[in-house]
Write a protein that binds this ligand. Structure first.
Ligand code: GLU
Length: 375
């Protein structure tokens, strides 16, 4: 079931999969966790979760770790400091989330990702499958950048863009960035007469000019510019994104009930989120399926090995393949979960027969419906 088309902040309540990003300044104050605030947020997350799936993207590792290690500049003095701080702080961050969610009987799951994990298609499939499985199993993924291993060139550097990428990988329909301001203002919000923008239809150069890159907190690395970059990723992927003020207790209700925040409208329909899967790439091979499988694909199912009839070409896991029906007609394309050799090995086999042939536990599908675009 899809989210109702968004036109106002409150519509985010109808999201079916929502990513909530929490910045360092909200979670950490002078090196100490803001546990009471986190408890009110966890209450809200527990309520939201009754009607939608929630993924948390949480910063705070560097700030927490720097305090523990006694590092200067909040651990951001050098890359080595930030990486050491993140590694210490992530342990505490995971515990905070696990405790906060546990009070609602919810299991927290830690996922640390790098930009490569979300941009390399093969690893994107892994991240995406793990997120889906965690949600299905009832856990709340708590994602952060894997700061202690990611180097400068391969870091996102801010969790705003990371949140937008995670939303894309998870097939989420909305992202909420919890910030320390009420949203995007038409000029520096400290100036008199500054007006908050309720709704943005496309992040244009004029919108970017409004962003003051000064973040009042000094703890995070985000700032408004990073949030606009995140909004741009989201809008192109057909995902709604909101910047709301997280500094209040129960900040989500405050924003959604009163419409306080800035909503960035998706600029493409939801199917566009699948478009990057193929991009302008030529498929590396063809997988053909029988009539039963073609019918199942028509009904939105994933492509299973049992329906495979033929494999053409050589491809690796994560490559784009064309999907053909029994008469050679093109049904669509998608990212394949197996190499061509593995596909040949499990051609026509049911799930219980695949493990024996492969020598390891089979994946959920040959091409998952989330990674498939129909012709
Ligand atoms: N990943 C960093 C942390 O956990 C935060 C990045 C950011 O400031 O957005 O501390």
């Amino acid at each position: 079931m899809a989210m109702t088309p968004v036109s106002a902040l409150g519509d985010l309540r109808t999201a079916r999969r929502l990513v909530i990003k929490i910045g360092s300044a909200l979670l950490v104050e002078q090196g100490r966790p803001r546990t009471q605030w986190l408890a009110t947020l966890a209450d809200e997350i527990a309520r939201l979760r009754q009607s939608c799936e929630v993924i948390v993207v949480s910063s705070g590792a560097i700030a927490l770790g720097a305090a523990k290690l006694g590092l200067a500049k909040g651990g951001r003095g050098s890359l080595a400091d930030a990486q050491a701080a993140a590694s210490v702080g992530q342990v505490e961050l995971a515990r905070l989330w696990s405790d906060a969610l546990d009070r609602h009987g919810i299991t927290a799951a830690q996922m640390l990702v790098t930009i490569g994990d979300l941009e390399d298609r093969r690893r994107y499939l892994n991240a995406s499958a793990t997120l889906a499985r965690l949600l299905e199993a009832g856990a709340i993924p708590v994602v952060n950048e894997n700061d202690s291993v990611a180097t400068e060139e391969i870091r996102f550097g801010d969790n705003d863009r990371l949140a937008a990428r995670v939303a894309q990988a998870a097939g989420a329909d909305a992202v909420m960035l919890l910030s320390d301001v009420d949203g995007l203002y038409d000029r520096d919000p400290r100036e008199t007469g500054a007006q908050r923008i309720d709704r943005v239809e496309g992040v244009t150069p004029e919108i970017i000019a409004m962003a003051s890159s000064a973040s009042s907190s000094g703890l995070g690395s985000g700032g408004m510019l990073a949030k606009l970059q995140a909004a741009r990723i989201a809008e192109r992927a057909g995902i709604a994104l909101a910047i709301v003020n997280g500094t209040y207790p129960a900040p989500i209700a405050r924003a959604l009930d009163n419409g306080i925040g800035t909503l960035f409208m998706p600029q493409a329909d939801a199917s566009a989120r699948k478009a990057w899967l193929g991009g302008r790439l030529a498929p590396s091979g063809v997988v053909s399926v029988d009539a039963g499988c073609a019918h199942a694909l028509d009904n939105g199912a994933s492509l299973l090995a049992a329906g495979l009839t033929d494999i053409e070409g050589e491809f690796s896991r994560g490559d784009l393949v064309a999907i053909h029906g029994p008469k050679g007609e093109r049904l669509g394309q998608g990212l394949v979960e197996y190499t061509a050799a593995e596909c040949r090995a499990i051609l026509g086999l049911r799930e219980d027969q695949q493990a024996q042939r492969l020598g390891y536990a089979p994946r959920a599908a040959v091409v998952h419906r989330d990674h498939m675009v129909r012709a």
